[in-house]
Design a protein around this ligand. Structure first.
Ligand SMILES: Cc1ncc(COP(=O)(O)O)c(C=O)c1O
Length: 585
């Protein structure tokens, strides 16, 4: 109520003034309660014994306070009140620190100061770094760290790049890589290359110079809005990928919360399976993120916990369609309705599902409505660079109305270089990618996307059904769109080593944690390979791990295994090492 009152006044007030008013209103409420208990305002009475005990205790406390504060005037009382609030605040901060130390194991920060621990940590870190180097730099045959004195011949460059691209293709062409390459059709890749060539210099930051790039970008957004059943109000923008779409949506909701509700400490609520792009948004834009646990093995979110997590500071509730880890379709209709009744925005993350989830119905599959047909859905992200078959580097973020989209914009009108406005993080943007995205969509057409959806979804369901029939395994999540995740149900069969044993058969699967599971994101190259070879390889892999689990506790499975036994901070530092090594030329 107080926040809504402030939200009403907000557009005409500066942030600080608005928060001051908010605190004053809270102060008035507390004062009123204080007066009530002081007997100056009537308080309701009930015959409940607990209520009677509590009120008589409060009465006794009041009498004690009255006696002690008898000689104080209004000023003294005010100062005492403010001091009390400050003490309460610091006690809460201390409480949070205690929770951090005890529950979040922040004491681990001190561990590296213990000499023995320091040595062990240094040894383990070095071992991990060596492993990371081995795996990341495995193909490095040449090294260039300085510009060549004279430029290379084009033929030499094409020869070098040609070799590298052929080697890279081997990694996914066979259809054994989870995710990564979603189409891989030669004719489409040739077309994309040709179109990119023609627009490689264009930059939509200058629509006066590149008007057709602007037109293609607007058309990409409109076509995607149409796929997700938007109306004439639905609008959006093109970003560099799913992560940027999600971050921009969360930033828009942060600004919305501030402007419409006076929220200064915004909170977003996501299912625990939501993509880390939401954590990134929370970290970058200083928002609190609340994660709602999911039930296992269904991967479904507990709606009552979601309702319980909503606070006056909630600026967005998120549903994935589907989630990356387990392919779960969150119950968008329920989540959106919860959000709508509280007038909170609801974002649907269809980055991964993208054109597959959009085409489920037209492909003859049952699919609950999850897009703009659902009243409470206020925004949706869809990656054109996944099942839209566009080259890497584009995604579309849609909003129900231009008013919401405007909260995403960045503008500055007093820069010495002139007025500046941009939709998203990037300033200059690659017109070549936008043109190639437009071309990929026009070339594939509705029929092409429907055909691809049938292939991907049928393959996913065949695989999920096949895995569910295996005595030692169970599918977790839904496994009915484009992701299959599974785990062992046999206590003598560890899950993660199965992923390693599949790796020995050429499969590049992802290992999940909390709980341990193995994941395959199905793409066209994967589906084209047929489900039989995966299921046969999986059956063999399971037998092999069962016969010698230790032999497969290697690679990522070993890293995930040891990550469970060391403090989070050390795991984080190893992960950062990976990022360091990445930029080794
Ligand atoms: C559900 C979901 N959301 C968001 C993203 C982020 O997309 P990107 O990697 O393009 O930033 C992904 C990526 O796989 C995803 O699966």
């Amino acid at each position: 109520m107080i926040s809504s009152a402030v939200a009403y006044l907000r557009p005409s007030l500066s942030d600080r003034l608005a928060s001051l008013i908010q605190y004053c209103l809270w102060g008035c409420l507390i004062y009123y309660l204080y007066q009530s208990f002081h007997g100056r305002k009537a308080i309701p009475s009930f015959s409940n014994p607990y209520y009677t005990t509590i009120t008589s205790e409060i009465g006794a406390l009041r009498a004690t306070l009255d006696r002690s504060l008898r000689h104080m005037d209004a000023m003294d009382t005010g100062i005492l009140f403010l001091t009390g609030v400050a003490v309460l605040y610091w006690l809460m901060r201390i409480g949070e620190s205690i929770v951090d130390v005890v529950v979040n194991a922040k004491w681990a920060r001190l561990l590296p100061y213990v000499p023995v621990v320091r040595e062990i940590v240094a040894k383990k870190t070095q071992e991990a770094e060596d492993d990371i180097r081995k795996s990341l730099l495995k193909c490095r045959t040449t090294r260039t760290t300085e510009l060549p004195e004279a430029g290379w011949d084009a033929d030499l460059i094409l020869d070098r790049v040609g070799q590298w691209s052929e080697l890279e293709k081997r990694e996914w062409r066979e259809g054994k890589a989870s995710g990564a390459v979603y189409s891989g059709q030669d004719d489409l890749m040739d077309l994309i290359g040709e179109v990119y060539k023609r627009f490689s210099l264009s930059n939509p930051l200058h629509p006066d110079i590149f008007p057709f790039t602007r037109q293609m970008e607007a058309e990409v957004v409109s076509m995607v809005a149409d796929l997700f059943n938007g109306d004439e109000q639905t609008c959006g923008c093109v970003t560099s990928g799913g992560t940027e779409s999600i971050m921009m949506a969360m930033r828009a909701y942060r600004e919305w919360g501030r402007a419409e509700r006076g929220i200064i400490t915004p909170q977003i609520i996501v299912p625990a399976t939501a993509h880390p792009a939401f954590d990134k948004a929370a970290a970058y834009f200083k928002m609190r993120i609340t994660k709602i646990p999911v039930n296992m093995p269904s991967g479904t979110i507990d709606l009552s916990r979601l309702i319980g997590a909503i606070t006056p500071n909630t600026v967005a509730i998120v549903a994935s369609c589907p989630s990356w880890p387990h392919g779960t379709l969150d119950p968008v209709q329920h989540i959106a309705s919860i959000a709508r009744t509280r007038r909170i925005p609801c974002h649907v993350d269809a980055c991964l599902g993208s054109f597959v989830v959009a085409c489920m119905e037209s492909s003859g599959f049952d699919m609950p409505a999850f897009d703009f047909r659902v009243p409470g859905v206020t925004s949706l992200s869809c990656d054109t660079h996944k099942f839209g078959f566009a080259p890497k580097g584009t995604s579309v973020l849609l909003y129900r109305s231009p008013e919401l989209r405007a909260y995403q914009y960045f503008t500055t009108v007093d820069w010495m270089g002139g007025m500046y406005a941009s939709h998203s993080v990037a300033g200059s943007r690659p017109g070549g990618l936008i043109a190639a995205t437009w071309a990929a969509m026009m070339y594939t057409g509705k029929q092409g996307y429907v055909a691809a959806t049938k292939k991907v979804v049928n393959f996913t369901r065949e695989l999920a059904a096949g895995i569910d029939k295996m005595p030692d395994l169970e599918v977790i999540g839904h496994g009915d769109t484009c992701v299959v995740a599974f785990r062992s149900t046999n206590p003598n069969l560890p899950t993660l080593p199965i992923g390693e044993a599949m790796g020995d058969r050429g499969w590049k699967l992802n290992l999940l944690q909390k709980p341990d599971a193995v994941h395959l994101a199905v793409t066209l190259p994967v589906a084209n390979g047929g489900s039989r070879r995966f299921l046969d390889d999986l059956a063999e892999a399971v037998e092999q791990v069962k016969s010698d689990p230790k032999a497969y506790a290697k690679g990522t499975a070993a890293i995930y295994g040891s990550a469970k036994t060391v403090p989070k901070m050390l795991v984080e530092s190893l992960v950062k090492k990976w990022l360091d090594v990445y930029y080794t030329a």
